[in-house]
Design a protein around this ligand. Sequence first.
Ligand code: CMX
Length: 136
Amino acid sequence: MMNPSHIEHIGIAVVNLESAIGFYEKVLGLKCYKVEEVKEQKVRTAFIMAGQTKIELLESTDPEGPVGKFIEKRGEGIHHIAFAVENIEEQLSHAEAMGVRLIDSTPKKGAEGLDIAFLHPKSTSGVLIELCEKKI
Ligand code: CMX
């Protein structure tokens, strides 16, 4: 079993990072604590904490990247849910053995230094799921 300890973040695809940050800061009164580009994923990300829950805003840096294609097909909105796990490589093997289609068979480096890997939404009732692990 994967037994995730918590939802690490909720990813939201946006067209314009600065204007989306404006909504969260000026309307909701939350604070964006970091903006980071993740070149490998072709996104710029902004992080906001709402209590213990992290929101990751995602702006595409390339129309052919995953978030660019998502926005073109579906528009802005919730893009993925990320679960914090331990031993991410073992969790990927477990998921594959359970018949889940993996997007990443080995972890990649994501924002905030996390090791990340995605499960395909066609195997997960339509929700793109990210596994992530903070390795020390
Ligand atoms: N949530 C739910 N469904 C999604 C989806 C998402 N985020 N993205 C695509 N899909 C759906 C598509 O709508 C499509 O469904 P239909 O066939 O019913 O139309 C299906 O999945 C497959 O789509 P596709 O067009 O064949 O494939 P794409 O080229 O759109 O790629 C995916 C889809 C999920 C494989 C790709 O987006 C991917 O590799 N994602 C993982 C990486 C990523 O999202 N990185 C950005 C975040 C990085 C970070 O958090 O740091």
